[in-house]
Design a protein around this ligand. Sequence first.
Ligand code: FAD
Ligand code: HEM
Length: 349
Amino acid sequence: MAGYFYARIFLNNPGIRDMFPVTMDVQRARLLGAIVTAVQSVDDPDRFDEYLRSLGRDHRKFQVVPEHYEVIGAALLEAIRTFAGPEWSHEYEQAWRDAYDVIARKMLSGATADSNPAWWHAEVVAHERRSRDIAVLTVRPFQQLEYRAGQYLSVEVPKFHPRVWRTYSVANAPRTDNTMDLHVRALGAGWVSGALVRRVQAGDLLRLAAPMGTMVLDRRSTRDIVFVAGGTGLSPIKALLEDLTTFNRTRWVHVFFGARDRDDLYDLGSLQALAAAYPWLSIVPVCSDDPGWGGEEGTVTDALNRFGPWMEHDFFVSGSPNMVRSTLRCLTQLKVPQTRVRYDAFSDH
Ligand SMILES: Cc1cc2nc3c(=O)[nH]c(=O)nc-3n(C[C@H](O)[C@H](O)[C@H](O)COP(=O)(O)OP(=O)(O)OC[C@H]3O[C@@H](n4cnc5c(N)ncnc54)[C@H](O)[C@@H]3O)c2cc1C
Ligand code: HEM
């Protein structure tokens, strides 16, 4: 169905092909899957209004204009109609059309309301390999880019993979020199992460877009905080820690930093330096596959279970989808109210 959907779009409007990555086999169903999910969630406006508005803002990086929404909507309906089988009816057709229109309108209104540039050109000013497959990059956008500590950005590496965008969290609170750090792990045959870790060098140019995400600090909360990070999931947590150093005096803060082995604890030194400077901060590194390494062993959830109690804390969780899922499960078992848990899972779904 995805093949048919894209064929409809590109055959009728060849110009649109240039907006998409050169090779589309890796994530063929990315856009189609996203639209179907959005349509099926249209009855939940509380949850999706802001998401759709920010998705519309984000789509400015693809240079989407209002007419494109009509093209995509028509291709969607044609694809569904073709593959739905005999049960398809006028009512279904109208329902999908209405839902798509609502979504498109929300995305377009988000896009028009945004006064920021559609993207920022940025230079890589430093590139440091920290482990087998992790690098820390410092990038400087040529124009001011406003974001909040804890948010993430879309990143494109035009030199190696034009028009392929992935999201990466900013690893620092906003700085006066406008630079920002990205912590990237190269994932298997992953396109963008592989390029960022293994090929990009200082002096290369990236494009950045659309700061997003709600994993930010609630300054009104007086509760102590637990940060749970898996691998480069540390990135937004580092930014939140830096943010805390500007105002926190009263809240105890614990960081559980999980990795496979000590090599993957790529930023432990700087976390320990922060903990030495701020008495309210304690760091618990945890390795799952490095017996006798000298610290906590097991998964971060094993370690969380060994410490505590945690019922009165604010939680922030960041890492791979598996790590986030198992941590959320553990927090539910520990009776932490869901309203106190914020998280970023490193997946698009
Ligand atoms: C909100 C958010 C924040 C994030 N922040 C960070 C961050 O701070 N740091 C970070 O490192 N990551 C972060 N990520 C993850 C990041 O966005 C990317 O998903 C990740 O880097 C992989 O992108 P890629 O292009 O390298 O991999 P892709 O090319 O998208 O591949 C993804 C996976 O599929 C596998 N794969 C690739 N090609 C194939 C194929 N042909 N067949 C089968 N499998 C294949 C790859 O090996 C990889 O495991 C974040 C994600 C989200 C959603
Ligand atoms: C209801 C309308 C739409 C929804 C819900 C939607 C949603 C999404 C989502 C969630 C993604 C993946 C996240 C990302 O890469 O930022 C995506 C990717 C993309 N969208 Fe949309 N989108 C819509 C309409 C459009 C339109 C009208 C265009 C213009 C042609 C468009 C062009 C793209 C492109 C080029 C990508 C990148 C695809 C890739 O990397 O393979 N989208 N869309």
